[in-house]
Design a protein around this ligand. Structure first.
Ligand code: ZN
Length: 452
């Protein structure tokens, strides 16, 4: 068993990944292919996105008819969009959704009109404080039409001039919402959920990076080797997660841990946002891995992305959120400046690696029983004492301490995660100590990982 950055666990999932430079380059290529697709809550942009994901990992898609009640929500009509542009009197296009998917207000209604600049202005959205960027705006639940554009372009629009406006868009009450799931099968009943959202058009870090990280994780996770199955969910934010929860209420008790992944490709350090419960195995395993890689841990709060749904009180699932720089902390957030230049191959590969390492911790976690609990067992008789002396090449002082910690806390109540947290030793060292002690007949496995 090799040791990853920070000395934490590097188990079967992380070892199955390609070298970080290859993985990062592959992630960036997939991000570039996904970026131009016109995603939204519904529609062909989402389907095209899922087709690309499906080339990485076998995906099952589900179409949920518009109008379906899901929990307290109703699946919206499907948004179908064609061309969308504004042209001046000479026919020159000032704004064209073919140039950037953010140009069209998300869920905009259709329009064909000739308007004065003054009449056009209330339908325009720009960012005076970031004048060259196109803002990301949607109007999912209220019908209106609009365009998003750079403030520099908006300022060229004259109140008294005439403009031609075309938005070819319809809201189909007989359409559907599309989401996709992939399952990497494990040997036990427990599942680890990895969820990301598929609704953000034209945004590289907030949107595409999460899809890429989840897709490539699914591509490379070993099949049939881990105790947990890993379920990957690609769904539009909020309404997609709500629909999935509504259809899976009967089987949510299988979820041992969950991770909502987004904003996973910028160069900032990893950030783990805790679950509502705050102390679940997802929180604890995630915190061990993120801290070992120089990242930070934040408390739960009931806003953000789909952790809001998974951690709503009626579900209260063990689901945390994993990002690099948190959404609102990036100045490029929800603007066209969130483009491919924000993504770093090593950051994308690092996010995939951190998720795989966390899955490894969850998979190797377990409770054990010390079979010689009355006094310390004589480790010297079993050839284990050498590991206790400092500088020993067979493992060193830390490995010896790991043996003593595991023996001491293996009373049937404590898990290896408890041992790692309480000892401050790396999870990998603790897990290997348990394996050594089992091999020497000093420890018995009670339950592990996905064997729930
Ligand atoms: Zn967002």
């Amino acid at each position: 068993m090799s040791v990853g950055p920070g000395g934490e666990s590097r188990g079967g999932a992380e070892r199955a990944l390609p070298p970080a430079d290859e993985l990062g380059a592959e992630a960036l290529r997939l991000a570039a292919a996904l970026l131009p697709l016109r995603r939204s809550l519904t529609g062909d942009g989402v389907r095209a996105t899922l087709r690309l994901v499906g080339e990485q990992v076998p995906l099952e898609t589900r179409e949920v008819p518009s109008g379906t009640r899901v929990l307290d929500w109703t699946v919206p009509p499907e948004w179908r969009v064609g061309e969308a542009w504004i042209a001046d009197a000479s026919g020159r296009r000032l704004v064209d959704a073919a140039d950037h998917p953010l140009h069209l207000l998300g869920y905009s209604t259709g329009v064909r009109a000739r308007l004065s600049g003054a009449e056009l202005q209330p339908h325009l959205h720009s960012l005076p404080e970031r004048p060259h960027a196109i803002p990301a705006r949607t109007s999912y639940w209220e019908r209106r039409w609009g365009f998003c554009l750079a403030d520099t372009v908006r300022r060229t629009i004259r109140d008294d001039a005439l403009y031609e406006v075309v938005i070819d868009a319809t809201h189909d009450e007989h359409g559907s919402l599309t989401y996709g799931e992939a399952v990497v099968p494990g040997t036990g009943d427990g599942e680890i959920l990895v969820s990301t959202y598929t609704c953000h058009p034209g945004l590289a870090n907030d949107g595409v990076s999460g899809i890429v990280v989840a897709a490539l994780l699914g591509k490379y996770l070993p099949r049939g080797l881990l105790r947990h199955s890993v379920r990957l969910l690609f769904a539009p934010a909020t309404i997609g997660a709500i629909a999935w929860l509504a259809f899976n209420e009967e089987r949510l008790d299988r979820i041992a841990a969950g991770f909502v992944v987004s904003c996973a490709g910028d160069p900032g350090p990893l950030t783990l946002k805790r679950s509502r419960r705050g102390d679940t195995d997802a929180d604890r395993a995630g915190a061990l891995v993120v801290a070992a890689r120089g990242g930070s841990i934040r408390p739960f709060e009931p806003w953000g992305t789909d952790e809001r749904q998974f951690c709503s009180p009626g579900f209260d699932l063990p689901v945390v959120a994993l990002t690099r720089t948190p959404h609102e902390a990036l100045p490029e957030h929800h603007t066209s400046d969130d483009d491919l230049s924000l993504l770093r191959p090593e950051a994308l590969a690092g996010s995939i690696g951190a998720l795989a390492a966390t899955i490894d911790v969850l998979d190797r976690n377990g409770r054990f029983l010390n079979l010689s609990p009355r006094g310390e067992p004589r480790l010297g008789d079993r050839g284990l004492y050498a590991t206790l002396s400092a500088g020993d090449p067979a493992g060193g002082e830390e490995a010896g301490k790991a043996l003593l910690w595991v023996l001491n806390l293996s009373d049937g109540r404590h898990t290896l995660l408890d041992v790692a947290e309480r000892s401050g030793l790396s999870f990998d060292l603790v897990a290997r100590a348990a394996e050594t002690l089992v091999a020497h007949g000093l420890l018995r496995e009670l339950d592990r990982g996905g064997a729930r």
